[in-house]
Write a new protein. Structure first.
Length: 90
């Protein structure tokens, strides 16, 4: 499984929109759009899990900078979240 980061998404972009776009490059395992906890509105980014590395690379090359919902999306390989705590000893 390869996890991809999708940024600069239109707020109206749905899981189905992402699934359809990425399925053209291979099997999609999961789609997650990050939403505001209070309003439930998309925060403009999300993640797509692709079943294989080849399909994920093709999706990055084919979709990065492409139009989805009227905006040019950013597609990159997702990286583990860094610990942003500034407290000493953490």
């Amino acid at each position: 499984m390869k996890n991809l980061y999708i940024g600069n998404m239109e707020a109206s972009t749905t899981d189905d929109d992402l699934n359809t776009a990425f399925a053209a490059y291979g099997a999609v395992g999961a789609v997650t759009i990050i939403k505001d906890k209070v309003t439930g509105v998309s925060r403009g980014f999300g993640f797509v899990e692709m079943s294989d590395d080849k399909g994920a690379q093709e999706a990055i090359l084919g979709l990065n900078g492409s139009q989805l919902g009227g905006k040019a999306i950013t597609v990159t390989e997702a990286h583990a979240k860094k610990n942003t705590s500034s407290a000493p000893g953490r």
